[in-house]
Design a protein around this ligand. Sequence first.
Ligand code: HEM
Length: 476
Amino acid sequence: MELIIIIVSLILSLVVLPILWLMYKTRSPKEMEGIPGNLGWPIVGESFSFLSDFSSPSGIFSFMNKRQKRYGKVFKSFVLGRFTVFMTGREASKILLTGKDGIVSLNLFYTGQQVLGPTSLLQTTGEAHKRLRRLIAEPLSLDGLKKYFHFINTQAMVTLDQWEGKKVHVLEEASTFTLKVIGHMIMSLEPTGEEQEKFRSNFKIISSSFASLPFKLPGTAFHRGIKARDRMYEMLDSVILRRRNGQDFQQDFLESLIMKHSRKSDAQEDENKLTDKQLKDNVLTLLVAGHDTTTAALTWLIKFLEENPNVLEQLREEHREIIANRKSGTDLTWSEVNNMPYTAKVISETLRRATILPWFSRKASQDFEIDGFKVKKGWSLNLDVVSIHHDPKVFPDPYKFDPSRFDEHLRPFSFLGFGNGPRMCPGMNLAKVEIYVFIHHLVTRYKWRALEKDDSVQPTLVRMPKNKYPIIVESL
Ligand code: HEM
């Protein structure tokens, strides 16, 4: 144990601190003199207060709010090794999200960039980005998703069958459900068995390496993430090979991309073809972008329903009516899933209150001006979405969970649950279908009670309840 402490201290003092110091010195804070705010201590900046607020119940909102009161809607800071300008408000969100004239690009952490690979949709810009978006648009459209409905419905019921009379951690259950759905959708993975287990364990390691420290030494989360990514790519390689040899044919996401896929290099331009690398990087991107987000949304929604019995009753009414109006058959149908107006508002209100992606990160690709401040090329810019979602002028009594806020059409850029502009979430139909189906079976079968009153949040990029939300479930 002592040896481990000595090694960790050595690594910290010989490697981590000098690198952070270098990062601090090479990006001169002088450039940012025109922007209000405080860069905090040398090397660590304001990282400690950022991290401690990050995992508090109100999340980074308390970090933002304190500084917005002091400095206004635009302020600078130095957090997690980056000089960053935080911004909020509709004007900033319009400029940053529409990215007019390519003035910004997405700004992933270094570890995320390395794990996902250079051809990931998250790392492409301009025409290359548009092309990838076009390729994934069809299989993720409502029409394209219809063929997975039966699988999603069955998995929701199978998961919920296990809940009767039990104590469950909603976050874990939601995670298993959403991973089975996406594994099936992407490569027709069976919901149980050895392959599913391999897929799950590799995915978990990849996911937790995402915002880890950028040191690729054996034993670090980053190193484990890269290894797990390589194993995941081996799995994909063997599926792709089987498909190419005609040993296997499935109507899934991978198949639809393989049809648009070739071994030619990128230099041989072809609108409809992807290289092996692009194919794998983007399958992994969809997994990473789609899993934790949907898991978190489903968990928060179930939590908010328990805390707001009137909303739960109204929601249950909508789903009982669906069953009562059913003319033939006993099972949920695709057309019913596409007609759940109150549930749709409950989802939006969940995404507003929980703001599971609390900030959207961009990098300036050129110099420009925002809210009267000059921004320089290369700066990291973070849009504070929590403040936008809790602006009392747009959402009166902002901490109240009230789906009726979405009865009226909201002004653009005041609700960013799935983002906006060219990087708006391409997976939102899939996420909504999963939630509609799961919630339908949940509220028509069960009531539940929270076992802990703890509102702490995990310090991860996607906001999730720290205690995984344990509940006790009973049949209605
Ligand atoms: C409730 C669940 C989900 C939420 C709340 C959510 C939210 C978001 C948001 C806010 C963005 C924009 C971020 C930004 O502008 O920086 C985004 C982008 C993205 N989402 Fe989702 N998402 C969800 C589910 C999914 C699913 C199921 C998939 C895929 C199967 C997915 C794939 C993506 C991808 C690939 C991007 C990046 C798009 C681009 O850069 O062009 N998401 N998501």
